[in-house]
Design a protein around this ligand. Sequence first.
Ligand SMILES: Cc1ncc(COP(=O)(O)O)c(C=O)c1O
Length: 454
Amino acid sequence: MSIRVQKLFEAIFTLEDMREIYRGSVPKGLDKSEERAFDEKIAELKAIISELEGDTGTARITKIADSIPIRSREEDFINIQPIQAAGRLTPEARKALAAYGDGYSTCDACRKPFRLDKITKPGIAEFHADLASYVNMDVARVVPGARRGFQAVAQSLVAKGDSVIVSALAHYTEFLAVEGAGGVVREVPLNEKNLVTPEATAVKIEDVIRETGKTPALVMMDHVDYQNANVHDISAIAKVAHQYDIPILYNGAYTVGIMPVDGKALGVDFVVGSGHKSMASVAPSGVLAVSSEWAEKVLNTTAMTGDLTKRKFGIKEVQMLGCTLMGGTLLSMMASFPAVKERTLHWDDEVRRSNYFIDRLLSITGSWVVSEYPRKHTLTKVDTTGSFDTVAKTHKRRGFFLSDELSERGIIGEFAGATRTWKLNTYGLSEKQVHYLADVFIEIAEKYELPIAE
Ligand SMILES: Cc1ncc(COP(=O)(O)O)c(C=O)c1O
């Protein structure tokens, strides 16, 4: 089924909507095969509608949900969407999601001491230990997204008015986590290569101390930034932070789950990862791993007592609000974890394929790479203003022409119409797919007679 028809049906959620479509005529702008697909679907829907007459609401919704086609983007297309690549679910995660979709299904066998990371059936406790060792830290907790990891650390370490050192390319969620704790971010400027250096970090810390009379409470640093996906020297930056006795949080949203991360070797105090960005897991999910030195402070258990009832909830951790991921999110993480661990071992191949593609793109005169080059990551910012965008100027589809040409050849994921300076990600593509992807760009360049270097 074509994307347009699929999109149309994905938009169907109520019986009333279906009735509208059933009554209405075939939408405009479909080609013959799409019209046929539309008619077939309408026939299916008609059958469902007649079967549903008199059903209860729940049964109706379930059946309607059944009638919605499964999204088959990765099966049918090469998807170069920049931020989704490493978050796509494994088949195991899809199964786990179906089996554990009920929110509290994780709690079926929750026994004393009544906390998520202590549950042994399914093996959630073991998974927590595995997660900690995967990033070589002492303790780990699952969290609803990397941002909640930032938040837990900021709330524990940052007091009102405290400064927190971040990169000039820090993700906005780091800003919000600091703001929520009452702190103030101070950004380390980038060098001419768009990198954060240990020297610039030291200068910023000195500036803050001079201006405020107080040492910053925390350094938060992205190993791979979201803008250019450049790789910053975290271990050198961690050394600087520790020279000033400042703990450092490693933001591994673009690393944990795709490349080896060794928190102890990097010398960081906290490692944060994103499940839905890089660990083939359902959103919102992520991991916060902590060194034993900080575990007690960040994972403190509640001391609160009810004033009337004197109730206590002893083992519940304050920053985790007791328990975090339940049901499908956590189980999807667990189900993908063996594949995630295995794929981490092949990061070098991913980077090699990324460079193969970028080299071929660069052979189209006027294209260049905004990110550091050669690439050390699969996410890359490219600039095709001087190549493909020269065609857009005169093409009747203007800036959309490149997306049209790509999707005709089975490539999707770029933001249609926004392909001057843009990001793409080759993560997870096979050797054959990356070769095909590069061939497609060359083929389009040839079609429009753009100069290509040998
Ligand atoms: C560098 C970086 N850090 C953190 C985040 C937030 O991650 P999450 O969505 O898991 O909270 C993102 C997500 O876009 C990101 O790109």
